[in-house]
Design a protein around this ligand. Structure first.
Ligand SMILES: Nc1ncnc2c1ncn2[C@@H]1O[C@H](COP(=O)(O)OP(=O)(O)OP(=O)(O)O)[C@@H](O)[C@H]1O
Ligand SMILES: [Mg+2]
Length: 372
């Protein structure tokens, strides 16, 4: 009943403006697939093409083997949840959830059973006789979720469903959505520009920029082995250093601009002696050591479990236009706490380094995947 979605070279144009120049992506049966990217990159546009609310100017979208380009929205058997809850204020929770079922030819007993079940799944049974105005934002969003899945759609589409909720509720609703989605087993396309939400909820993430997919992979892969500098800096913080490759008889290394050298055994063939590269270090992958990169502590922010330091390096060591160079120190393991003005040597964890071509377009480690 749930389906695979095949998006083959689809194009979206508004007049002369091309929003999506040709996008290809498969979405697996039953997976929670997230489109993540900055505002205006085309996430909603693509979702609306899948839903049938946007025309398709090129390529095709298939549900399993069926091309759906010309099938009207109401015949695509889709459930949708948006940012605004779009539930009826004058109907009770139960009536809201029943609504879609009443339009179908089902007996009273069948409807009651389906609604009972789904209220249970999204944990709103106790509020079933209330009007929406007497529910919290998270409870209203659960009603919207229940209403969209009770009709057993083939595909569930969600566009920033949590962005109207406060921070604590958003986190609670993440696991609620994930649990419900897995329990019902429905192929889901989820749109967000919140990277943490994407990392926590998704089976796979596609990172988009200007209508093009930069990388599709599992959350852990996206974070630890970003395909290019855009992905690396869009998801989490990445400190970017200038460097070059050094090739010796014993193997390869990357050399930072101050001469600090890190032997690497996972550089691809392409990494030749002298090649200019960008070396990327996550803030949590520094440790205070005798040997490493010398820098100065500029600011210090205490965050409970962590201390975040902003670091000063000689300008020639860094890529320009970075908001800050950060070191995030886990206080569970820290032996030495730094103060503003301290000079320190930080060793980047070699196995966690990422190395990119000097234009930032490609990670040149061997185990990087563009699409998994
Ligand atoms: N009806 C339209 N006519 C012309 N341009 C449009 C139309 N709808 C969207 N666009 C443009 O298409 C681009 C992608 O918009 P879209 O709404 O898909 O972005 P998004 O990734 O969902 O962003 P956000 O995170 O802000 O919701 C934007 O540049 C937008 O201005
Ligand atoms: Mg949008």
């Amino acid at each position: 009943m749930s389906v695979e979605i095949h998006i083959n070279n689809v194009v979206k144009r508004y007049g002369d403006l091309t929003i999506i120049p040709g996008l290809t992506q498969d979405i697996r049966n039953g997976e929670l697939f997230t489109l993540l990217g900055p505002s205006g990159c085309g996430k909603t546009t693509l979702l609306r093409m899948i839903a049938g609310f946007n025309s398709i100017e090129g390529g095709e979208i298939k549900f399993n083997e069926q091309v759906i380009n010309d099938i009207p929205a109401h015949k695509r058997n889709i459930g949708m949840v948006f940012q605004s809850y779009a539930i009826f204020p004058h109907l009770t929770v139960r009536e809201n959830v029943e609504y879609g079922l009443k339009l179908r030819k089902l007996t009273k007993t069948e409807i009651k059973k389906k609604v009972d079940d789904i209220l249970e799944v999204v944990r709103i049974t106790e509020y079933q006789d209330r009007l929406p105005e007497r529910l919290s934002g998270g409870q209203q969003q659960r009603v919207a979720l229940a209403r969209s899945i009770v009709i057993h759609p083939s595909v569930l589409l969600m566009d920033e469903p949590l962005s109207n909720l406060d921070a604590k509720l958003r986190i609670e609703m993440r696991s609620a959505i994930r649990d419900v989605q897995k329990q019902v087993g429905i192929t889901t396309v989820y749109v967000t520009h919140d990277q943490e939400e994407a990392l926590s909820i998704s089976d796979r993430i596609a990172v988009m920029k200007k209508g093009e997919i930069q990388q599709t992979a599992r959350p852990h892969t996206i974070y630890t082995r970003p395909y290019n500098i855009f992905v690396s800096t869009f998801i989490g913080h990445s400190n970017l250093f200038r460097g070059h490759v050094q090739s010796t008889e014993t193997g390869k290394a990357v050399v930072f601009a101050d001469g600090y050298t890190v032997p690497m055994d996972n550089l691809s063939e392409e990494a030749g002696d002298g090649m200019e590269v960008i070396i990327s270090v996550r803030p949590e992958e520094f440790s205070i050591q005798q040997e490493g990169l010398a820098c100065k502590v500029r600011t210090k922010v205490f965050l409970g479990k962590y201390i975040n330091y902003s670091l000063g390096f000689p300008e020639e060591m860094l890529l320009p236009d970075q908001p800050s160079i950060e070191f995030s120190q886990d206080l569970g393991h820290a032996e030495q706490v730094l103060e503003v003005g301290d000079t320190v040597t930080l060793r980047p964890n070699p196995v966690k380094l990422n190395v990119f071509t000097s234009d930032g377009s490609r990670n040149i480690l061997r185990d990087v995947v563009h699409h998994e």
